[in-house]
Design a protein around this ligand. Structure first.
Ligand code: ADP
Ligand code: ZN
Ligand code: ZN
Length: 798
């Protein structure tokens, strides 16, 4: 018996299976889709068995034997092995990367596999008894001699294969630090003048009198270490306690079952269309304005699929995977639904995955990678918010969940539903051409009117002398809501405090020494940081170029808004949600539920608040700077701006109270902004398509982005030049090749970056040419330390 194995050797990128002999003792168990340890060179490496055969073109006596079986049942089924090959062709990746991405993270780490008794030991053959002894399990490695017998028992169901993953059970606790609420105590404490850290923390305490922090966050924010915190606590300035770090998942089990709502006429039409195609491979584009009841349609079609004895995958962007969303699914499907959200540990995720593999659940709700859920009898795949760029993985394998969904729907002969209020241009164009079937929901389910959107021209504000980031109108509207005890959401499209530091005398902007990008000022730690390589340095007091001390912060971040807000409405309770406040597991949930429970008046945040927020008391949404996404050097800038504005506006007035939205902008006449005002998707689509046609971008052209990086500028530009030449000679004359040119961020982490863009309509030789290019890279360029990455259909070209 011979196994074809794809080995995992990153530094030695050989992308074809190797033949290995399967030793006698492993033969009963060995199957494709299992992972093995095999000798490779003078090491042992991990590999996936992709096929079993009886003969090899190599001399069987010289084949090396498999060293160990890492699994006793396959982790990947036949469909997944085939999918890996398809992904390899489709995304131009290594097959091993495609295989690894489908395996749950917990199984990529160290674990122990076991055989577990499923019946009293007496029912097993005598030969097996000593292996179990008095326990009900045996480690697989200790039972290698009886794999054949075990296999027979597993087939009968008397023995189960199990994986023992080290899990931290119970609820994780975090240490909290409570700062005293006595300013006097903090001020009057005696600290030695040379205890700089303690002085720094004292300073921090003064700014946060009476507040509580997670210990690790406090250390980070104040930029001190634990002994410093302990020292001040000993002096009586703080106390400690411990707190659950995230919600007890058992809360979710107490959910009451809910029955389906009566569909509106529009919903019914969409539902009927899908229902009549449940056993065909077909892709629907469900285009419904925010709040039109798309989710209700998903729930009811899934119920239908379960009724027919099949399974469903529901994908949502990670940031929409809120407790509210989870509850809606649990209410309908109870224990038949597995939810793969980021709050789960790797072990918990693996438990959910195992339920899927054993068909113990019928529905899985999860982010991008849930598309690999190993259901055997798929009846439906749904991608909610299908336009979201997070459906594309941004490192290898650079797959798009939408493409994988459609591939799987062909395997299983089942429909795919792509849902969105703002479909991607690609999907809408396909729907118009009839490749997808378009289903439209034009009204909100509860007939609430769309919120009234006001566009505020910030240039006018400047002219009338208002230099604050709140226009007079928005400020007035906020005060009004506060007086009426309604809630406000403020949206800022950015992270950090001030984006950069500029010298007013000579114009110098502080740059990262490793990357060609400006450093970002982080207020909490009082440091300048690079968002690309992590470099940081102290905030300068004078310009490093001209030594002027007119050096200032520019730009706006959530922390700065928070401060201005405190001046504007000093009594308002403000919650901030951005990358800094949601770094800890479960923090995102905590902030949202606190807001939902009315513990704050204003929620201030970045991108992550744009979705999923469904609270009846929100009646005002303010977009502080609509232009930030508009001016990105990216062909999707207008599309992203339109999507964002629509999503954010959709947060207001979702229930009985009517909603109002203020969009502040310096370019109030831009079509992405004026058309988002009334959710006029169709005119936006037409206008944006005209732009794409004129500039030759998707959906009119397909795009491939190829990037080289190297430490040496001349080397990388030389390679990029050679590559571009190579492509020009081999691709058809109609194909457009742009570049090579330095990437927008031309250097990251001291590596120079060059890229070239291929734009094509029809290029049958593309896959072959790219494979050749990779061969040249692997046999030549890689040796000097260059990296090459190929991104098919990139979500952005920056
Ligand atoms: P979408 O996913 O399109 O944003 P949802 O499915 O979340 O819309 O629906 C928006 C709101 O309308 C939710 O509160 C939902 O419970 C309610 N809803 C949806 N369909 C119906 C219906 N047929 N009858 C009554 N309420 C509905
Ligand atoms: Zn200067
Ligand atoms: Zn850097």
């Amino acid at each position: 018996m011979i196994a074809e194995v794809i080995v995992d050797v990153a530094a030695h990128p050989i992308d074809r299976p190797f033949d290995y002999a399967v030793p006698e003792k492993f033969q009963a168990l060995t199957e494709p889709g299992m992972r093995v340890k095999v000798p490779f060179g003078n090491r042992k490496v991990l590999g996936f068995i992709t096929a079993i055969k009886e003969t090899s073109e190599f001399d069987p006596k010289r084949l090396k034997p498999i060293h160990e079986l890492m699994d006793v049942v396959p982790v990947l089924n036949g469909e997944m092995l085939e999918l890996a090959q398809w992904m390899k062709r489709q995304t131009v990746c290594f097959e091993i990367d495609a295989l690894q991405v489908m395996v749950p993270a917990a199984l990529r780490a160290k674990y122990e596999k076991r055989f577990v008794l499923n019946v009293p030991i007496e029912e097993l053959p005598k030969e097996l008894h000593p292996y179990f002894g008095t326990r009900d399990f045996v480690r697989a490695q200790e039972a290698e001699a009886v794999y054949g017998l075990m296999k027979k028992e597993m087939d009968k169901g008397t023995v189960l294969a199990d994986t023992n993953i080290q899990q931290k059970t119970g609820v994780k606790k975090v240490r909290m630090v409570h700062i005293t609420d006595s300013i006097e105590d903090i001020e009057n404490i005696s600290i030695r003048a040379n205890a700089k850290q303690q002085l720094k923390l004292q300073e921090f305490f003064l700014k946060h009198v009476g507040q509580s922090f997670e210990s690790s966050r406090l250390q980070k924010q104040a930029d001190v270490s634990l002994p410093t915190v302990n020292a001040l606590a000993e002096k009586g300035l703080a106390t400690f306690s411990s707190m659950e770090s995230y919600r007890d998942p058992s809360l979710l089990t107490a959910i009451e079952e809910k029955i389906a709502l009566d569909l509106t006429d529009e919903q019914q039409m969409a539902f009927d269309a899908i229902q009549s195609s449940l056993n065909t491979e077909k892709t629907f584009l469900l285009h419904g304005i925010t709040g039109s009841g798309k989710t209700e349609i998903y729930l009811q079609t899934i119920a239908q699929v379960i009724e027919e004895g099949k399974e469903a995958i529901m994908l949502v962007p990670e940031i929409s995977l809120t407790p509210q969303m989870t509850i809606r699914f649990k209410e309908r499907f109870g224990d038949s639904v597995a939810v793969l959200h980021s709050g789960l540990s790797a072990g918990e995720k693996y438990d959910e995955w195992r339920k899927i593999q054993r068909a113990e659940v019928k529905v899985v709700v999860g982010a991008r990678s849930a598309i690999f859920a190993p259901f055997q009898n798929l009846g439906l795949i749904i991608l909610d918010e299908e336009h979201e760029s997070s459906y594309k993985q941004d490192d290898s394998p650079r797959y798009h969940a939408r493409d994988v969904a459609i591939w799987r729907s062909q395997q299983h002969q089942c429909p795919v539903i792509l849902g969105s209020a703002t479909p991607s241009l690609e999907s809408y164009a396909r729907a118009k051409k009839g490749v997808y079937e378009l289903l439209a929901l034009k009204n909100r389910a509860k007939n609430q009117p769309l919120p009234e959107v006001h566009i505020v021209d910030m240039r006018e504000e400047l002219r009338t002398g208002n230099r604050s980031m709140f226009s007079v109108e928005l400020a007035e509207a906020i005060r009004e809501r506060l007086a009426r005890k309604e809630q406000v959401v403020l949206f800022l499209n950015k992270r950090g405090y001030s984006s950069f530091v500029l010298c007013r005398d000579c114009g110098t902007v502080l740059q990262c020494p490793n990357c060609d990008i400006s450093l970002t000022y982080h207020r909490a730690s009082e440091r300048m940081k690079c968002h690309y390589c992590g470099y940081d340095e102290p905030v300068p007091t004078s310009c490093p170029e001209c030594e002027s001390d007119h050096i200032r912060f520019f730009g706006t971040g959530t922390q700065k808004v928070e401060e201005e807000l405190a001046k504007l409405v000093p009594d308002a309770r403000v919650l901030r949600m951005d990358v800094d406040t949601t770094r800890n597991k479960g923090a995102h949930e905590k902030i949202l539920s606190a807001f939902g429970e009315g513990k704050a008046d204003i929620l201030l945040g970045t991108q992550m608040i744009a979705k999923g927020l469904d609270f009846p008391n929100i009646t005002l949404v303010g977009v502080l700077s609509a232009d930030t996404t508009l001016h990105l050097p990216d062909f999707r800038a207008a599309e992203k701006t339109y999507q964002l504005l629509t999503q954010v506006s959709g947060r207001a007035g979702r229930d009985i109270l009517p909603g109002e939205v203020y969009v502040q902008t310096y370019t109030p006449e831009h079509y992405a902004i004026t058309l988002a005002k009334d959710q006029l998707y169709e005119p936006f689509y037409e206008q944006e398509m005209a732009m794409r046609r004129a500039s030759g971008y998707p959906p009119y052209y397909y795009v491939v982005n190829i990037q080289f990086t190297h430490e040496d500028l001349m080397t990388v530009s030389g390679y990029a030049e050679q590559m571009t030449e190579y492509l020009r000679h081999r691709l058809s004359p109609k194909t457009i090749i742009i570049g090579p040119s330095a990437s927008l961020i031309a250097r990251v982490n001291n590596r120079y970056r060059y890229q070239c863009l291929i734009k094509y309509k029809n290029e049958p030789k593309l896959a072959e040419v790219l494979q050749q290019l990779i061969k040249i890279y692997r046999s030549d360029w890689i040796k000097t330390g260059a990296t090459l990455s190929i991104d098919m259909n990139p979500t952005a070209v920056m």
